[in-house]
Write a protein that binds this ligand. Structure first.
Ligand code: HEM
Length: 405
């Protein structure tokens, strides 16, 4: 392994991680990152292997997520993982989503858009994308809409806890307090739904039987919290990035406006170019050879999803945002055989891919239908923030609403 100057916490890296991705591919396909005591891999091939080969385990979630949510499917393996994942898997298949969830997405998008009537400038991230996925998952869990403000509060505390790379004690305490409050809140609901199950996801979790046994209450509550933050934050950031990318490339926005059948391609390209999660972790079960050298046993490995999506060996001119690119297959990009690294790969590939895509489709259609013209508001491009997850923190846009027919 060669010496390098890449530090995730440095200002130049935080300002623009993308410019380091080609450097990683060409010069440092494997490097040790001292500040996080981890080994970093970035080529599409190595990332794919780390997510599929059982020599790499996901037990790192025992310190990343377990202190907040308890044991979740993220850290499970083998039969236990399959059983727990399967409890809700069918609720996330496209067909089931079309029947049960599409109306919920449409209802939530429409109600958020109601608040934009008569306005000329909105913050598309803070007033729309940050709220939509949370509302949808709350509806899917069958939790009361009236308590939305409190869910929002807990959800932000969970998100801060999970991205607390500096180890702030305040953030840890706030995250744990939010989880305790969430646990107390859901406790009675779990009892009720075990007695009288409905059509919602909490009822599905309460009724699930694994080898004749029900899931413990602790695991049900942890599963709900995982769905809440796993499904909320990522989708929010993905929709915000899609619109930022389109506004940065007005020629491609114009193409999309002319031909709405390009929407799936635009969504896929944006998920490649600006994935919400740029890094996920794995732990080695034994020493393992990858491009550029060897990783020791029991080491933390950073899988650079953002860099894998910009690997020249996989995508031509990877630093170009191009909704017409040929290599993207919009039919397979969203399934288990995804050709993007965005949703992970292998056994832990995102459970909510189809839901995320559906939310992106409905949200985009609404924006394109409702806003006849739109552009960055006066401050211009708001840029992106973050290293683990990356996204526009706010997205103020000026728009002209289409006249109703
Ligand atoms: C654009 C939006 C999304 C992105 C980019 C995304 C990304 C990911 C990634 C990278 C993983 C793999 C983690 C790993 O292997 O360590 C994952 C797993 C997961 N995602 Fe998503 N996700 C999104 C939306 C959703 C939604 C909407 C839900 C559900 C409400 C969801 C639920 C999950 C769950 C439960 C897992 C764990 C799967 C397992 O361990 O078997 N995600 N997601």
């Amino acid at each position: 392994m060669v010496n390098h100057n890449i530090n995730f916490f440095s200002k130049p890296y935080q300002d623009n991680p993308y410019r380091y991705y080609q450097e990683m591919h060409e010069q440092y396909p494997l490097f040790f990152h001292e500040p996080t005591n981890s080994y970093v891999i970035s080529s599409y091939e190595d990332v794919e292997r780390a997510l599929k080969d059982p020599v790499f385990s996901s037990r790192n979630y025992s310190w990343q997520v377990e202190p907040l949510n308890g044991v979740t499917i993220l850290q499970m393996e083998g039969k236990e993982h399959t059983q727990y994942r399967n409890t809700v898997a069918s609720n996330f298949h496209r067909q089931d989503l079309v029947e049960q969830t599409l109306p919920l997405i449409r209802k939530n998008v429409a109600s958020l858009f109601d608040a934009f009537k008569g306005r000329k400038v909105i913050d598309l991230r803070k007033e729309f994308t940050a709220l939509l996925p949370l509302r949808v998952i709350i509806d899917m869990l069958g939790l009361p809409e009236k308590d939305l403000p409190v869910f929002q509060f807990w959800y932000h505390a969970f998100a801060r806890f999970l991205q607390n790379i500096n180890g702030s004690e305040t953030v840890i305490q706030e995250g744990k307090a939010a989880m305790d409050a969430f646990r107390d809140y859901v406790d009675n609901i779990v009892d009720e739904r075990t007695e009288n199950p409905g059509n919602d996801l909490i009822s599905v979790l309460c009724s699930a039987q694994m080898e004749g046994k029900r899931m413990s209450k602790e695991r049900i509550v942890g599963y709900c919290a995982l769905l809440l933050h796993g499904g909320g934050e990522t989708t929010d950031k993905a929709i915000a990035s899609l619109f930022r990318n389109l506004l940065l490339h007005p020629d491609q926005l114009a193409l999309l406006k002319q031909d709405r059948s390009l929407l799936d391609a635009a969504i896929t390209e944006s998920l490649r170019y600006s994935p919400p999660a740029h890094m996920i972790l794995r732990t080695t079960n034994e020493k393992v050879k990858v491009s550029g050298g060897e990783i020791p046993e029991n080491a933390t490995v950073v899988c650079m999803l953002g860099a894998a999506n910009r690997d020249r060996r996989r995508f031509k001119n990877p630093d170009e945002f191009n909704i017409l690119r040929k290599e993207l297959d919009t039919k397979t990009a969203y399934t288990g055989i995804t050709n993007l690294a965005t949703f992970g790969m292998g056994p832990h590939v995102c459970l909510g891919v189809q839901l995320a895509i559906m939310e992106m489709q409905v949200a985009s259609d609404f924006v394109l239908d409702y806003m006849e013209e739109f552009q960055f508001a006066d401050g211009g491009d708001p840029g992106e923030v973050g290293i683990f997850t990356r996204y526009p923190d706010s997205l103020p846009v000026r728009f002209k609403a289409r006249e109703a027919n």
